[in-house]
Design a protein. Structure first.
Length: 296
């Protein structure tokens, strides 16, 4: 965020008559950009084209000089020209970067970025939306560090797991044959993988209206000659027969799975030899070895 206030804008604001307005730019994770202003004419500066009359306005902005979380809210109208309801429902704006400026609409070189952060919770009601704005210090509220637990704490394929999902047999691209409620996917004669191979994995949409969306696989079963994959939640977009998808193998976080299914034990991020609660209650026994070794 800019630290130094725009000197020309400061001088303008000190005058008796001001011509300032607000402008916002939203950059989604997929790279798509939306820019708005509450002025009645479009504006152009900072590399953005800000559209007018899109129904976006901001409430009072609360900021601080310390490490407390900056916050604000933006209100707007849902429309094809601004933020669409179906795209909010699909989660495409979750975590999008947002920048806000105070700008002199008579001379757009006089502008000052007064907020930078990310979109938080979005709610919809009566053809409009309310978006929570989270400042840059929001990240300081997130807990960091390792968790001491038996299961692996990594996500399959991330920088701590380091497993290459591009390897043969661990990801499969194919077309949808049959789908029920955007949640239950059925293929005939798709038996190249064992049952449960994709359980806890991902189903990613590669084309169509739901491109970029994905779901976590709840179950992967073979019923007669058909493979049935069910998600925990329906895909929040239109998925029909012929849609291209990608299936990614699942991991149940156990050390045995890491070693036998993925041959990736060197990167296992759990602590499989941690003693369980029964170890705390254990007492010496006259009929077994009390050597301090594993009780498994």
């Amino acid at each position: 965020m800019s630290v130094e206030f725009n000197a020309a804008l400061a001088k303008h604001l000190e005058g008796g008559l001001t011509t300032f307005c607000h402008a916002w730019a939203i950059t989604r994770k997929d790279g798509k950009v939306f820019a708005f202003t509450d002025h009645d004419l479009a504006l152009s500066f900072a590399g953005f084209e800000f559209r007018a009359d899109t129904g976006l306005s901001a409430m009072a902005l609360a900021q601080s000089t310390g490490l407390s979380v900056d916050n604000s809210e933006a209100l707007g109208a849902l429309s094809d020209a601004s933020l669409r309801e179906d795209e909010i429902e699909q989660g495409r704006f979750d975590g999008a970067e947002i920048q806000a400026w105070l700008v002199n609409w008579a001379d757009t070189s006089q502008h000052w970025m007064n907020f930078r952060g990310h979109l938080g919770e979005l709610t919809r009601a009566g053809g409009g939306f309310r978006a929570e704005l989270r400042g840059l210090t929001e990240a300081l509220n997130r807990p960091l560090g390792r968790v001491y637990q038996k299961p692996c704490s990594a996500v399959l394929g991330d920088r701590t797991c380091r497993f290459n999902l591009a390897q043969e047999s661990y990801a499969q691209a194919l077309s949808v044959q049959s789908v029920e409620g955007a949640r239950r996917f059925i293929w005939q004669d798709f038996l190249a993988y064992d049952s449960d191979w994709f359980t806890r994995g991902r189903l990613e949409i590669l084309d169509g209206p739901a491109t970029g969306l994905w779901g976590t696989i709840k179950s992967d079963q073979i019923e007669k000659s058909a493979r049935v994959i069910e998600l925990w939640e329906p895909i929040r977009g239109t998925v029909q027969a012929g849609t291209e998808i990608r299936l990614v193998a699942g991991c149940d976080k156990r050390v045995e799975t890491c070693q036998l299914k993925f041959n990736n034990f060197d990167n296992f991020q759990g602590f499989p030899d941690l003693p369980g609660e029964d170890w705390i209650l254990s007492v010496p026994s006259s009929t077994s070895v009390n050597g301090g070794g594993s009780r498994r």
